[in-house]
Write a new protein. Structure first.
Length: 396
């Protein structure tokens, strides 16, 4: 989300399940509250791993997110979460860690943490040491439990990284890291990565951290492993154009919009590509290699970052965005490449041509082949709600 200081806030999390588990015992939730200009992100680690851990973490993360949305006091949030968690029948305790990041866009960031590895802030590529405040609970049920919090005002290029134990304790018992990788090594690694690639996305930075942790465990994670990353930066813009304009006289307007756009550009649809190439006086060259057996190969137009087939590809993109989880890694097919562009962009502009394509009215085509505008609206909603992207749709 772009704030009133002119920078965008990218929020991403990458996760890997405990070896042999189908479900992750860590849960990450994030939500943008448009009417309040806020973004809230929560990472919770349930005790153990697998289904039971996931239930604990889901309950914790959901409560943490909802209470934070309601501006509840940190003490109240912590007490309520700990009093609500079910008691483990074996250990006779309920346990789930959490980190809450509450971003008032254009204002301050507040972080509340319980038993997760300490949140890390990077500023100018170096570790920024915030002033942590300790909070001791005094209720009968939770007496003596300690939480930490801090508040700061972010600057452009600041990064916030928070993880579950699977990162800090990766490599535990090995010769290299007998006590685990640890937060100090993580800090050094983060500073090194950012110094070599100052504009690395939050998504890629989180993935790099996750990759190291997994390799520390010899690619057999001994715990659920999560790295959440937040990046305050200049917005990265993406334009996706699909469908010919309703009136032929607007072909040039569409082509001019593409030419003048300051960001990455994707054209979807053979007819649309023909119009763009003609109006911009460019050649279309086609790939012969099928990178995805279910979709036509990509094409190339000078000055356009990606040229693909239209409605089938965008329907696939929409499904991929809807169904992917935090461990998703895009492939090399046309839809995968569009997804990768979307995930690494912040402001997505859609120009949707409204001329009817007769082929899409054929009753023998699959039912799920939705018309262009319906697919665009669904894709836009997913990008806004699930990925916190800024989306603008223009019909032409």
């Amino acid at each position: 989300m772009t704030d009133n200081t002119g920078f965008y806030i990218e929020v991403r999390c990458r996760q890997k399940n405990h070896e042999g588990e189908r479900i992750c015992g860590d849960v990450f939730l994030s939500e943008r509250i448009k009417e309040e200009n806020r973004i809230i992100a929560v990472l919770s680690d349930g005790m153990g791993h697998g289904v039971k851990a996931n239930i604990l973490a889901t309950l914790t993360a959901t409560m943490a997110l909802n209470f934070t949305k309601e501006h509840k006091d940190f003490h109240m949030i912590a007490e309520t979460i700990m009093n609500t968690l079910p008691i483990c029948s074996v250990r006779k305790i309920s346990y789930s860690t959490f980190t809450i990041v509450d971003i008032n866009i254009g204002g301050e960031v507040s972080i509340l943490e319980y038993d997760n590895p300490s949140t890390i802030v990077l500023r100018n590529g170096k570790i920024y040491e915030p002033q942590w405040q300790c909070m001791i609970l005094n209720s009968k049920e939770n007496k003596g439990k300690e939480l930490k919090s801090f508040t700061f005002r972010p600057q452009k290029e600041d990064r916030i990284i928070f993880t579950s134990d699977g990162i800090a304790q990766s490599g535990l018992g090995t010769k290299i890291y007998p006590f685990g990788w640890g937060n100090d090594n993580l800090k050094k690694y983060l500073a090194e990565v950012v110094s070599h690639n100052p504009t690395i996305s939050a998504n890629k930075l989180a993935q790099k951290v996750l990759n190291v942790a997994i390799s520390n465990d010899n690619y057999k994670p001994k715990d659920d492993t999560s790295c959440a990353s937040i990046y305050f930066r200049e917005p990265r813009k993406l334009l996706i154009v699909t469908g010919p304009p309703y009136e032929k006289v607007k072909d040039k307007i569409m082509a001019d919009a593409i030419k003048s756009f300051d960001g990455k550009k994707i054209v979807c649809g053979a007819t649309t590509a023909d119009i763009v190439a003609r109006e911009l006086d460019k050649e279309i060259t086609e790939e012969l290699q099928f990178l995805d057996e279910d979709l036509p190969p990509i094409s190339h137009i000078d000055g356009i970052d990606l040229v693909t087939e239209g409605i089938l590809t965008l329907s696939r993109v929409t499904d991929m965005l809807q169904n992917q989880d935090n461990s998703f890694v895009p492939g090399k097919g046309a839809a995968d490449q569009i997804v990768e562009h979307i995930l690494t962009s912040d402001e997505i502009h859609l120009i949707i041509g409204t001329r009817i394509n007769i082929a899409h009215q054929d009753p023998t085509l699959p039912v799920e082949l939705e018309i262009r505008r319906t697919v665009a609206k669904r894709m836009a909603a997913i990008m806004e709600d699930k990925y916190l992207k800024e989306v603008v749709i223009e019909y032409i």
